[in-house]
Design a protein around this ligand. Sequence first.
Ligand code: AMP
Length: 217
Amino acid sequence: MPTYIVLLGPPGVGKGTQAKIIAEKTGLSHISSGDLFRENIKGGTELGKLAQTYINKGELVPDEVTIAMIRSRLSRPDCKGGALLDGFPRTPAQADALARILADFGGKVEHVPCITASMTTLVERLSGRWTCRAQGHIFHQVYSPPKKPSVCDVDGSELYQRDDDKAETVKRRIQVYVEQTAPLIAYYRQRGLLAEIDGERTVEEVTADLLAVLKHK
Ligand code: AMP
């Protein structure tokens, strides 16, 4: 049976960084809704144009289009063995839709690790974050600077600051998380799937906890 994992947590907590590491270690496909939107924006698609208007304001893209995008991505062959979902679901309606989609594929959500951190940490991490253009590798100007300024250590592509990582938008994104996404903590706890992980530690420590959660439910 395929293994589906939902990685939960506020923007800036390290979901993207951890998802890349965990996907590599487990062989699961890493599905990031934010990355899928950014690819569409880069490609100039209709979906990209629509998504951009919401993303730039720090608001959520409407459920209907987001759910359709994820359904189509999860139906691709590389998700046959399961997937690690990063950034989706972000509302209870999306979580209900995910359960229906996975049921169609003969699976269900198995684990929901939720990474936590204080508001101060989130704002600090997001506002110093630099992202690689090619593959979304993540650096931080203070905590994990690249070896060469503005160049990704992994693939040599340019690093840029996401428009929505600028101070005003960061605050709105965190507020949107608290209002619309945090209810998923109770949603998955009620279903016995939630495992909270302290994100205020080193990348390696958080990875170790995540791997432990995935092995021993
Ligand atoms: P992220 O890269 O996960 O921080 O996502 C960047 C932005 O993409 C978010 O602030 C939202 O505007 C949009 N987005 C990503 N995932 C979702 C989702 N599941 N539902 C609605 N909007 C999303």
